[in-house]
Ligand binder design. Structure first.
Ligand code: SIN
Length: 527
């Protein structure tokens, strides 16, 4: 049994920002499933949005965020974040984080979809995440310890006090361990790997959401999954992200015959909000037409986008020909563990930050380059809050939960699950397909998997359990929401329905109903 003051599960940008901003007398332990440089934050290409250009204003950034989010956002939170963004960038820059500058030493500001101004701060061209993660790691002090390849599979609760007091984790040698702390932070990232087409790192399997749901935390907005329009596509597989910044520099989406597919679809054309671009490409793909990103309008492509150029070269794409075959794929989930702006959940001592959390900032669709920003912003705010909690005591009492041992339980194979999610709960959804998916998932025994002890399973199996639970959360929420909004598109309800759905959130919370017989999962609505 090991103790710390703060345990952070995961090691993306939000986690690293939090760790650095906690007071130096606080003992911080980071438990990460793989290692520090394998997650989505490290792979982030585009950049960080902040209103820093002459003529730009945080209020314009705020309005763009609400517009992209289909006005489902927590507007107050968006206002605070967009206002804080320039200072967050300045602090990093002055602290030695390198961002791309012009010859006068001013920041170069790129453009991405649904932004009304150039405001994307980037580093290394298209290696922003890598530079920021490396910078934050270089600032680590002796109070922070990192434990790689430690897979957290259960949150430990004192149920009488509704308090999270620790975690159970697996080591690579199969050993299980208990880690206790008065502050437990879920920063495990998203769940892009639930879909067969994804830009996400292998580790993005929805762990934090499933962990929190099993423990009784509230989740919100799980139906809102963002599909990035342009993933490199070859031989039936996606091979990595082609940043939206490429379209920001002038690239256009075309058919093989050169027809511009975004003309007449949206006034912002190729830089329309992501769901509109993704749905348009998807329509062509369904009719058997491959779509390409024509990069010939981009000057000096290889030096502006070195990471993407290398990715293309590795896969035999000749950049001189100027056409990159693309498809949309899952990129980000706007929903997650429901928190306030300090990352606090409905369980004492349990917090969530980064993509695992739902602060409401992103609404129904995240504005490009707002995710690293949100991670830094909320990570910093949670640090401020924990720093004020003097002398948190480690509780060692926890109530046994998730403790039942079942035999002969099955799980869907990961590839089968991913394909089923892509086909039935993906870019275009219908009641029929969602019912099919719900029935199919139900066959594997959700109730049992929510209660089952995972102590005896290997990490690959636990990954599949978490993927299965998170797939159910998304499917159920997508089924419930009978309108289209942001990243959630229902072909049978193709329009926004402000009368029934404006600002309404679908909340998942596992409730035990003590009627003496059974327990069930309860879905509630909040406005
Ligand atoms: C991109 O570079 O297109 C992705 C950036 C983001 O999702 O914010």
């Amino acid at each position: 049994m090991k103790h710390a003051d703060v345990i952070i599960i995961g090691s993306g940008i939000a986690a690293l920002q939090l760790a650095n901003k906690l007071a130096k007398n606080i003992n911080v332990m980071i438990l990460t499933k793989k290692d520090l440089r394998t997650g989505n934050s490290y792979m982030a290409q585009g950049g960080v949005a902040a209103a820093m250009a002459p003529g730009d204003d945080f209020y314009l950034h705020y309005l763009d965020t609400l517009e992209a989010g289909a006005h489902h956002n927590n507007a107050e939170a968006v206002l605070e974040m967009t206002k804080s963004a320039p200072k967050l960038i300045k602090d990093l820059w002055e602290g030695g984080c390198t961002f791309d500058e012009d010859s006068n030493g001013s920041l170069l500001l790129g453009m991405e979809g649904a932004h009304s101004r150039n405001r994307i701060i980037h580093s290394g061209g298209d290696a922003t995440g890598k530079h920021m993660v490396d910078h934050l790691l270089s600032k680590f002090d002796g109070n922070i310890s990192v434990k790689p390849s430690v897979f957290v599979y259960e949150l430990l609760l004192n149920k009488e006090k509704n308090t999270c007091i620790g975690v159970k984790a697996k080591h690579p040698d199969g050993r299980n361990d208990v880690y206790l702390a008065p502050h437990i932070v879920v920063a495990t990232g998203g769940c892009g790997q639930l879909y067969s087409f994804t830009s996400n790192a292998e580790t993005a399997t929805g762990d934090g959401m499933a962990l929190a749901y099993r423990a009784g935390a509230m989740l919100a907005d799980m139906e809102f999954v963002q599909f990035h329009p342009t993933l490199l596509y070859l031989e039936g597989k996606t091979r990595g992200l082609i940043s939206e910044a490429v379209r920001g520099e002038g690239a256009i989406l075309v058919t093989a015959e050169g027809k511009r597919i975004m003309d007449g679809v949206h006034p912002l054309k190729d830089l329309a909000p992501r769901h509109i671009v993704s749905q348009t490409i998807y329509d062509y793909l369904r009719k058997g037409t491959q779509i390409y990103l024509d990069i010939t309008p981009v000057s000096d492509f290889s030096s502006r986008f070195p990471t993407i150029s290398e990715l293309c070269r590795k896969h035999g794409i000749d950049l001189k020909e100027g056409l990159i075959p693309v498809v949309p794929g899952s990129h980000f989930i706007m929903g997650g563990i429901k928190t306030d702006l300090h990352g606090r959940t409905n369980i004492n001592g349990l917090y969530a930050i980064g993509e695992a959390a739902c602060t409401g900032i992103h609404g129904a669709n995240r504005l490009a380059s707002n995710s690293l920003l949100e991670g830094m912003f909320v990570g910093g705010k949670l640090a401020d809050w924990i720093n004020q909690q003097l002398g948190g005591k480690v509780d060692t009492y926890y109530t046994a939960q998730n403790a039942k041992v079942f035999h002969d339980m099955e799980l869907p194979d990961a590839d089968v699950l991913k394909k089923a999610m892509m086909d039935r709960a993906g870019i275009v959804r219908t009641r029929e397909a969602l019912v099919h998916q719900k029935d199919w998932l139900a066959k594997y025994g959700l109730e049992e998997w929510l209660e089952a002890s995972l102590d005896h399973l290997g990490t690959d199996e636990i990954d599949r359990v978490f993927m299965y639970i998170t797939a159910w959360l998304i499917t159920e929420a997508a089924f419930q929401r009978t309108e289209s909004r942001g990243g959630h598109y229902r072909e049978d309800f193709p329009h926004e329905d402000p009368y029934n759905w404006m600002k309404r959130q679908i909340i998942h919370q596992r409730k035990t109903v003590k009627d003496g017989k059974h327990e069930y999962n309860q879905i509630a609505f909040a406005t």
